[in-house]
Write a protein that binds this ligand. Structure first.
Ligand code: CP
Length: 309
């Protein structure tokens, strides 16, 4: 592949290739010397048009640990502020010969559009409500390490599905891996036509969690609600917030996930989020660095092959 724009474009073998390569980077990152040279001589530019902690920090660390020259564009201080368009910004940076562009943008489809205008590898770090492919890959690695497999699992994805690119990428990936997906949330936060994705939809949290192996909570994304339905946080927590009582309906060894950032006491109980016997939230963060190293290494291999041809 030339770019990583979405899980939509990946086959099961390509997904497994990323996860297998990432396993080696988990070990490297835990060791005393965190350096490899897969991106030596290459330039990586991170362009984040939306706030980020985990994704931006892990892409920066991943690039540096693999030997790339990494530049974080400060989009708030760029000529975007003077009215320069996304495409003109991308063309300007492209003229400086980057090899990898990592892009987060609030508009769905913006990263695909940008990828058509540049001649380097582009990675989607989250575009609007569309996709967040590296999040789904790091979630898959976390699940595989905790459960030993990705197939024939029951995965409950709970909360604000309608506004979530994380949910969309996970639904696509877990579907390709033949896991059973349940979506749980209020009808107002469920996207229209979601049944066609081969998922089961539940309004009642306890019913949807029954026997689930994996419980993936999502943030209530008020910034994407456009002044529409914004539930009361207290009522939302009562019905859809994950606590020990609701989790008791899932399998005894069910793991609890959340992509972050978390709203403690809104979609998840803070004590449960910190319970290392159930929660793998910090493992997800750790896997994020390894998965992004693997993704960039694989794209760089393809880029070098294309350029050598
Ligand atoms: N999960 C995730 O994308 O987090 P950030 O917004 O902090 O990058």
């Amino acid at each position: 592949k030339d770019h990583l724009l979405g899980i939509e474009h990946l086959g099961p073998d390509e997904i497994l290739a990323v996860l297998d390569l990432a396993e080696g980077y988990v070990e490297l990152n835990r060791g005393p010397r965190k350096h490899a040279d897969a991106l030596a001589g290459l330039t990586q530019i991170n362009m984040f048009f939306e706030a980020s902690t985990r994704t931006q920090a892990s892409f920066e660390l991943a690039g540096k640990r693999l030997g790339a020259d990494v530049m974080n564009m400060s989009m708030q201080a760029s000529s975007i502020k003077k009215g320069e368009t996304l495409i003109d910004t991308a063309l300007t940076l492209n003229a400086m010969h980057p090899d990898l562009l990592v892009v987060r943008h609030p508009q769905s489809g913006a990263v695909d559009l940008l990828a058509q205008k540049v001649n380097c590898a582009v990675i989607n770090a989250g575009d609007g409500r569309h996709e967040h492919p590296t999040q789904a890959l790091l979630d898959a690695l976390t699940i595989r390490r905790a459960k030993g497999r990705l197939h024939r699992l029951t995965v409950a994805i709970c909360g604000d599905i309608a506004h979530s690119r994380v949910a969309r990428s996970n639904i696509l990936l877990l579907g390709k891996m033949e896991s059973r997906i349940r979506l749980i949330g209020p009808p107002t936060l469920m996207p229209a036509g979601i049944d066609s994705f081969g998922v089961e939809v539940f309004e009642d949290m306890r019913e949807g969690l029954k026997g689930a192996d994996v419980v993936m909570m999502l943030r209530l994304q008020k910034e994407r609600m456009d002044g529409g339905f914004i539930p009361s946080e207290r009522e939302y927590y009562h019905r859809y917030g994950l606590d020990a009582e609701k989790l008791a309906h899932a399998a005894d060894d069910a793991i609890v996930m959340h992509p972050g950032p978390m709203n403690r006491g809104v979609e998840i109980d803070g004590t449960l989020a910190d319970d290392i016997n159930r929660s793998v939230i910090q493992d997800q963060v750790e896997m994020g660095v390894a998965v992004r190293m693997a993704v960039m290494e694989l794209l760089a291999r393809n880029l070098r092959r294309r350029r050598a041809a």
